[in-house]
Design a protein around this ligand. Structure first.
Ligand SMILES: NC(=O)c1ccc[n+]([C@@H]2O[C@H](COP(=O)([O-])OP(=O)(O)OC[C@H]3O[C@@H](n4cnc5c(N)ncnc54)[C@H](OP(=O)(O)O)[C@@H]3O)[C@@H](O)[C@H]2O)c1
Length: 259
């Protein structure tokens, strides 16, 4: 009953991993960790210079900059990746846009930017890699969501709902493709010190470094976990809050807003 939901990944040296959002923070740290383990890693994000810094000195790194929120750019990027000799074994979708804000501060015109990279881009990525993986009956897709998707956390007016959607998507994707031999991984980090969270104006409990996050992610992938969440002392508390009756949970979240 407690066997892992995915096949454990044993060894990285013969694998090609495509990381979307690999120029900083968690994506860059996962890229470095996998390169150190001998994987071939295609690093994508918009900023070529920062991607090249992550790739520096690693013979297995390939830099492929593009905007993951743009469907046309995905077509070009996917064509490039598919002309490379070996297929993509694992897509790690890490890219995200985050604006800490309350709902009354949300400007409709800016919403599409976050929706495009946090959600639409995931569908573009799945479309780019899934058909070949289904053909080979091999490969995996890892979606980096967030504990912000567990429930409606105040202050994440657009970001939070996109992460809730990714949790939903990872679950349905698993149900649809696991029996066809593919792995699906849902990654829900707690707070990690990156440029994304540098925007937060509050004390972040159980804050981790990107390197610690990458170790937890790589370990989870190797063990074949479906949901990879960390640090447990923080995520398990949130999971317990999620189980509360809605009335109690909302009261608790409202106290959080006052705090
Ligand atoms: N840090 C945390 O505490 C935390 C907690 C839970 C979940 N997460 C999730 O972890 C993932 C990584 O976040 P992070 O904290 O490492 O943030 P980060 O350092 O800001 O990294 C975000 C990455 O996304 C890329 N990106 C943004 N917009 C893009 C676009 N339109 N096209 C392509 N790439 C784009 C950025 O590169 P460019 O700017 O070069 O494009 C960067 O590589 C995100 O999905 C985030 O939601 C983070």
């Amino acid at each position: 009953m407690f066997s892992p939901l995915n096949r454990p990944i044993r060894g990285w040296s013969d694998r090609k991993v495509w990381i979307i959002g690999g120029s900083s923070g968690i994506g860059a740290a996962v890229g470095r960790a996998l390169l150190a383990r001998g994987a071939r890693v295609v690093l994508s994000a918009r900023d070529r210079g920062r991607l090249e810094e992550v790739a520096a000195g690693a013979s297995g790194a390939i830099v492929l900059p593009f905007d993951a929120g743009d469907a046309a750019a995905w077509q070009v990027a996917a064509a490039t990746v598919h002309t490379m000799e070996d297929p993509v074994d694992l897509l790690v979708y890490c890219a995200a846009d985050y604006v800490p804000q309350r709902v009354w501060d949300v400007r409709a015109a800016a919403v599409s930017k976050t929706l495009n990279v946090n959600l639409a881009g995931v569908y573009f990525g799945v479309e780019a890699v899934l058909p070949r993986m289904l053909e080979r009956r091999e490969g995996g897709i890892a979606l980096v969501a967030s504990v912000a998707g567990y429930m409606g956390l105040p202050g994440a007016a657009v970001y939070g709902p996109t992460k809730a959607a990714l949790i939903n998507l990872a679950e349905l994707l698993y149900c649809e493709v696991a029996r066809r031999g593919l792995g699906v991984y849902l990654i829900n980090p707690g707070f990690v010190a990156t440029p994304l969270t540098a925007k937060n104006g509050f004390r972040m409990p159980a804050l981790r470094t990107p390197e610690q996050a990458a170790e937890a992610i790589v370990r989870g992938l190797e063990r074949g976990r479906f949901e990879i969440h960390f640090p447990k002392r923080f995520t398990l508390v949130l999971k317990a809050i999620r189980l509360l009756p809605q009335r109690l949970r909302l009261k608790l979240l409202m106290r959080l807003v006052r705090a």
